[in-house]
Design a protein around this ligand. Structure first.
Ligand SMILES: [Ca+2]
Ligand SMILES: [Ca+2]
Length: 104
């Protein structure tokens, strides 16, 4: 009995992690790195945040007052279809980031 594959299995696992990390970094650069967070708050999994789901997300974040209007539902729901898509949500995050840079 020999265990010829143990080393290869270990190497394979390390390579797998590296590839996964690279993929995640690439996704983040494309602005989709926040998707798992979005999905966590999309309680019914329909791919959009409803007003209630967005409220839940915001109540967990406890935003400072100057950012409240960035996250007003009508503001985030750019196309006004009554739900916040991932694109609209990352758009609001981007808006918040630029406000933070400009702010205080
Ligand atoms: Ca939803
Ligand atoms: Ca929308």
């Amino acid at each position: 009995m020999q265990k010829p594959n143990l080393r290869e299995v270990a190497l394979g696992a390390v390579c797998g992690v590296l590839v996964l990390t690279a993929a995640t970094a690439t996704a983040a650069q494309k602005g989709h790195g926040m998707e798992p967070v979005f999905n966590r708050h999309d309680a019914n999994g329909d791919g959009v945040l409803s007003r209630a789901e967005l409220d839940d997300y915001l109540s967990r974040r406890r935003l400072p007052e100057r950012l409240q209007d960035v996250w007003a539902f009508d503001q985030v729901d750019a196309d006004g279809d009554g739900g916040v898509s991932l694109d609209e949500w990352t758009g609001a995050l981007g808006e918040e980031m630029s406000r933070r840079k400009r702010g205080r």
